[in-house]
Design a protein around this ligand. Structure first.
Ligand code: GTP
Length: 597
């Protein structure tokens, strides 16, 4: 296709503002999906995505469109993922486009996440088409929100399009606007091929499917390709476009969007952001923006049934085929047995992964409280990277650094006080505040990631009746007064409960955990102290009183078979007990102590 006739665009929208519905209408309007094949949300593939109503993996679809000028164009719609954990993927899918449709619910107005993605699009020099959706709703306030959008992007309120993705009103006008306002791609057709990977998906039948946007030159079926970040070369098995079913083509040229199927076996060999070139005639420079996905949040995952350990390992390996950001390594815990320490992009990524493990692989899992990655510098200059609190180094520590994020919060102005209180309580510092309209405020904070990882989002929602929205991005690290709190049973440390907390919160964490465990652990034949300690200093203590437990005393008189049965039973019960020093703890106690977090 002549690049002049191509338009590459994405839709930036908050969850539920109607992105999938709009995409469906575009598929229908351009005739690529016949009405009777149309099922809601054609582009969302995974069940979990559908259930949670979020799009995790970006997809691309090619839409042939005859515009108002009677010329046939090719519109490539690149679907961006919609959650903060995946902001790196968002930035790559934006980089594959020349323009973005900024889609906002006409009854809700813009949300923090959308705003963050809009800023990212503006940084990438994308043409922005502001659109209000759901104008059919009685609660729609198009005038109000058109003025708000116009204020944010600096256009006239009359430039804001109004559509209903549900009824289809205004969608054709929007397609014409895309043709008119979004510039066609430019690239050097004679240069060595360069294509950017904006998505990479593992498919059971086809192997890894790599979605690319060609920047320069041409990629053809009969050549080997090279991944520029690793220099690894692969055989090219198929090139195609999604329209929306995969359709083979001979080659892809400047500005075109499509998929490649190569000999690549897992997505880590074909990473989002990397540049694909021809192995025979490689380009000199990689396209800018490639970054290794970096896990930010770690948690230990353990099978509840110890015998499931190999199943869990296989399952993690399978998920990794499709998830370049998932990392894991074996770990042993005195309390929980054999498991894996896993690294995730964020909390949602953790939740989704855990969900899939339980659902698709039929596993029952217990996960330890999520923690961020700490850097510890010792007085002798040695640096440690701590991904598991129980591995926090002993000895003379010079400083501890923790990751911080830049957070954007959007809220009705009534809740400013509550939000400030929440952020201050989480060691946040206010960086700025702007009124988007009379009654809506944008607040910018820097916050320790560790403070967001716990129940920040839930707290924010409950304090603002669900009206506030949050977006954040990594913003380096800071030195902080952090300590490790250990929980000890009869003087033995229980690794799964160690936590790294701010000095001021150490006491309350210690108190809470010792109380919880006293209730959960049954009495033993001797007294068991439960202590919380920072280093050698005990900061909280509870006691489990002793009982005299002797099952055999009941069989006084000596029915031998009954006696044996009781002994058997006791042995069986012991199997599900974990020994911490001399103390027997039912695994259940650990599980409930961790899950009520
Ligand atoms: P994610 O894919 O989860 O990001 O959500 P989304 O933004 O794609 O939203 P989706 O298309 O799933 O729409 C969310 C809800 O809004 C659905 O119940 C849609 O039926 C409804 N909806 C979408 N567009 C319109 C519209 O124009 N009018 C009305 N009344 N409802 C709409």
């Amino acid at each position: 296709t002549d690049p002049a006739l191509i338009r590459n665009f994405c839709i930036i929208a908050h969850i539920d503002h109607g992105k999938s519905t709009l995409a469906d209408r575009m598929l229908q309007l351009t005739g690529v999906v016949e009405d009777r094949q149309m099922r809601a949300q054609y582009l969302d593939r995974m069940d979990i995505e559908r259930e949670r109503g979020i799009t995790i993996k970006s997809q691309a679809v090619r839409l042939p469109f005859t515009a108002a000028d009677d010329v046939s164009y090719v519109l490539n719609l690149i679907d961006t993922p919609g959650h903060v954990d995946f902001s790196y993927e968002v930035s790559r899918s934006l980089a594959a486009c020349e323009g973005a449709v900024l889609l906002v619910d006409a009854a809700q107005g813009i949300e923090a996440q959308t705003l963050a993605n809009l800023y990212m699009a503006l940084e990438n020099d994308l043409a922005i088409i502001p659109v209000l959706n759901k104008i059919d709703l009685p609660a729609a306030q198009p005038e109000k929100y058109a003025a708000e959008l116009a204020g944010i992007i600096g256009c006239d309120p009359s430039d804001v399009l109004r559509v209903s993705a549900k009824t289809g009103v205004g969608v054709e006008d929007l397609l014409n606007e895309i043709v008119a306002k979004i510039p066609p791609p430019v690239g050097d057709a004679d240069a060595p091929a360069r294509a950017m990977i904006f998505d990479s998906v593992y498919d059971t039948y086809r192997g890894v499917v790599t979605y690319v946007r060609v920047v320069d030159g041409r990629l053809g079926t009969r050549e080997r390709i090279q991944m520029m970040s690793s220099r690894a070369t692969h055989e090219m098995l198929e090139i195609g476009v999604s329209s929306p079913e995969p359709t083979k083509v001979d080659s892809l040229g400047v500005g075109e969007v499509g998929y490649l199927i190569t000999g690549v076996k897992d997505v880590r060999q074909s990473r989002v952001g990397d540049t694909v070139t021809s192995a025979a005639k490689p380009a000199a420079d990689i396209l800018s923006g490639y970054r290794d996905p970096k896990p930010m949040v770690f948690s230990g995952l353990y099978p509840i049934e110890g015998t499931d350990y190999p199943v869990l390992r296989d399952a993690l390996e399978k998920l990794q085929l499709n998830d370049a950001a998932l990392v894991f390594e074996p770990e042993t815990s005195a309390a929980l047995g054999f498991g894996f320490r896993c690294g995730f992009l964020g909390l949602l990524h953790l939740e989704i992964t855990r969900d899939r493990l339980e659902r698709e692989f039929n596993l029952d899992l217990i996960s330890t409280a999520p923690n961020v990655v700490y850097q510890v510098r010792m007085e002798d200059g040695v640096e440690h990277t701590v991904t598991n609190p129980s591995e926090f180094p002993e000895g003379k520590i010079a400083e501890v650094r923790e990751p911080v994020v830049r957070a954007t919060l959007l809220s009705p102005s009534d809740y400013v006080g509550q939000i400030m209180e929440l952020c201050q309580g989480r060691r946040g510092s206010l960086q700025g505040m702007d009124y988007l309209s009379e009654d809506r405020v944008e607040m910018r904070y820097t916050l320790p990631l560790a403070e967001i990882v716990f129940d920040f989002f839930d707290q924010l929602k409950s304090r603002t009746k669900g009206y506030a929205s949050l977006d954040y991005e990594p913003s380096g690290e800071q030195v902080a007064d952090l300590v490790k709190v250990d929980i000890l049973l009869q003087g033995e440390m229980v690794d799964a409960f160690s936590a790294i907390v701010h000095k001021e919160n150490a006491y309350s964490y210690g108190l809470e955990m010792t109380k919880k465990l006293r209730e959960l652990i049954p009495r033993q034949q001797f007294e068991v102290p439960i202590q919380a300690a920072v280093g050698a200093r005990v900061i909280a203590r509870e006691n489990i009183r002793a009982i005299r437990k002797d099952v055999l005393s009941k069989c006084y008189g000596g029915d031998i078979s009954r006696k044996r049965k009781l002994l058997e039973k006791q042995k069986e019960g012991k199997k599900r007990m974990k020994m911490v020093g001399r103390v027997e703890v039912p695994q259940e106690a650990f599980i409930s102590a961790l899950s009520t977090e």
